[in-house]
Ligand binder design. Structure first.
Ligand code: PLP
Length: 399
C-alpha cells in the first residue's frame, strides 16, 4: 500500500498535464497544426548554438573519468566561483563559491531550501496565483502553505499589508517568484522594499528569522528594459533558487543553483545543511556535464526577441477580442480574466476551437486563465479567429 500522502497525489493529478494529454488526443483528430496549445511552459526558442559547441568541446577536452565522476555535493568549485563572479559583476554583490550550491534546476534548489529550513508545521507564505508545485514542495517537508492572494487592483503585485496580516510566530519563509508564473508580472523594487520592511520588523518583534526564498527561473526573460530586483540587496535573509531552464531553453538538463548570502542569519549552518540536503534528497550533486557547460555559457544572453514578439501579438489578439489581460513584463505567460467567474468552464469551452489554456484554479486563483506564449508565432495568428468566436460566445466581440 502506498503512503497516504502519495495516495492523495495520485487522485489529484495535474491540470496542466491533463490539458497536454487532451492536446495530444485533439491532434490525432484534427491534426497537430490545428491545435492551439497555450498550456505548457516549455521554452520554444532554440537552445543557443554555443551550448551544443560547448558540450562537444567539454567532452573532447576533459578526461572522461573527471568528466563523468562524482564531485563535492555542492558542485564544482570552479563553476560556483565563475557564477559568483558573474553575479558580482552584474549586481554589485560580493559572493564567492562558498555562497553557491549547484542544484537540479530551480525545483531542486527550492526543495533543498525548504528541506533545510522547515520543521513540521512551519508556515510558508506564498502569494497566489502561484506555481502549484509550491504546495507539493512545502508538503514534502510537512510545512504548511499559507496563501496570500495578490490583488488584481494592485496589478498582482504582492501587498505588504496582506503579508503582515499573514505572518505568525510559525512563519518560517515567504516564497516569491519574480518574474511571476502565471501572471507575467515583474515585482518592482518598491514592492520588494515594502515586503522586506514587514519581514524585517515582524522577525524582530517575534524573535524569529523569516527567510525570503526567491524562485527565479524567469529572471532573464524580461521586456521593455524591466529590472528584476536582486533580492539579497533588499533583505539579508534571502535564499535564491535559480536555473538556466528558461534562459538557455534547457529545462530537461536540470541545472540551477541555490544561493545563500553571507549576511543571512546562520548563513554557514544553512549552507552546510543545504549541501547535505542536496545529497540526501537523492540528487547527490547537480549533473556534472551541465555544470561545466554553465561555466562556459554564463554570459550567453537569453534570446527574448521571439517571446517579446509573441507577447505583443497575443496581447493585441486577446484585447482586440475584448478580453481583459495583464500586460506581462516578464516570463512567457499572459494572465487573462475570464468573462465568466468559472475559469474551468471557460477553458473547457475554448477546446471547442482547439484552444488550450490553463484555468486559474491550477494556480489557486479562479476567474482567470493562463495563456502561455512560448509557442510558434504562427500558432498565435492562427488561433485568433477561434479566440474571436470564443469572445463572441460571451458577448465580448462580434464574429
Ligand atoms: N518555478 C517556477 C515558477 C516554474 O514555472 C518552474 C518551471 O516551469 C520551476 C520553478 C521549475 O524550474 P526548473 O526547470 O529550473 O526546475
Amino acid at each position: 500500500m502506498i503512503s497516504r500522502k502519495m495516495t492523495a497525489m495520485t487522485r489529484g493529478g495535474s491540470a496542466i498535464r491533463a490539458l497536454f494529454e487532451e492536446g495530444a488526443r485533439m491532434a490525432e483528430k484534427v491534426g497537430r497544426e490545428n491545435v492551439y496549445d497555450f498550456s505548457l511552459g516549455n521554452p520554444n526558442v532554440p537552445t543557443p548554438e554555443s551550448v551544443k559547441d560547448s558540450i562537444i568541446a567539454i567532452t573532447e577536452e576533459t578526461d572522461p573519468l573527471e568528466l563523468h565522476g562524482y564531485m563535492s555535493n555542492a558542485g564544482y568549485g570552479f563553476v560556483r566561483e565563475a557564477i559568483a563572479q558573474d553575479l558580482n559583476a552584474r549586481f554589485g554583490t560580493n559572493f564567492s563559491e562558498n555562497n553557491l550550491i549547484m542544484t537540479v534546476g530551480a525545483a531542486g534548489a527550492m526543495n533543498v531550501a525548504l528541506k533545510t529550513l522547515l520543521n513540521p508545521g512551519d508556515e510558508v507564505i506564498v502569494f497566489s496565483p502561484y506555481f502549484l508545485e509550491y504546495g507539493n514542495y512545502i508538503s514534502n517537508f510537512d510545512g504548511v502553505l499559507v496563501d496570500v492572494p495578490a490583488r488584481p487592483e494592485n496589478g498582482f503585485q504582492p501587498s505588504a499589508g496582506d503579508l503582515e496580516r499573514a505572518i505568525t510566530e510559525r512563519t518560517k519563509a515567504v516564497v516569491i517568484d519574480n518574474p511571476n508564473n502565471p501572471t507575467g508580472v515583474v515585482y518592482t523594487a518598491e514592492t520588494i522594499r515594502a515586503l522586506a520592511e514587514v519581514m524585517e520588523r515582524r522577525s524582530r518583534e517575534l524573535g524569529t528569522a523569516i527567510y525570503l526564498v526567491s524562485d527565479e527561473p524567469y529572471r532573464e526573460l524580461v521586456y521593455d528594459g524591466a529590472q528584476v530586483p536582486f533580492l539579497t540587496k533588499y533583505y539579508r535573509n534571502t535564499l535564491v533558487a535559480y536555473s538556466w531552464s528558461k534562459s538557455l531553453s534547457m529545462p530537461g538538463e536540470r541545472i540551477g543553483y541555490l544561493l545563500v548570502p553571507d549576511e543571512a542569519e546562520e548563513a554557514r549552518t544553512i549552507y552546510n545543511a543545504a549541501v547535505i540536503a542536496n545529497r540526501i534528497l537523492g540528487y547527490v550533486n547537480a549533473p556534472a556535464l551541465q555544470q561545466r557547460l554553465i561555466a562556459r555559457c554564463l554570459r550567453e544572453p537569453a534570446d527574448v526577441a521571439a517571446y517579446d514578439k509573441n507577447r505583443r501579438a497575443l496581447y493585441d489578439v486577446l484585447t482586440g477580442c475584448g478580453f481583459d489581460c495583464v500586460y506581462p513584463g516578464g516570463a512567457y505567460y499572459m494572465w487573462m480574466r475570464t468573462p465568466t467567474p468559472d475559469d474551468q468552464e471557460f477553458s473547457d469551452r475554448a477546446k471547442k476551437y482547439n484552444i488550450l489554456v490553463v484555468p486559474g484554479r491550477a494556480f489557486n486563483c479562479t476567474g482567470y486563465v493562463r495563456v502561455a506564449y512560448c509557442v510558434s508565432h504562427d500558432v498565435i495568428l492562427r488561433a485568433a479567429p477561434g479566440f474571436k468566436k470564443l469572445a463572441a460566445e460571451y458577448g465580448l466581440a462580434k464574429e
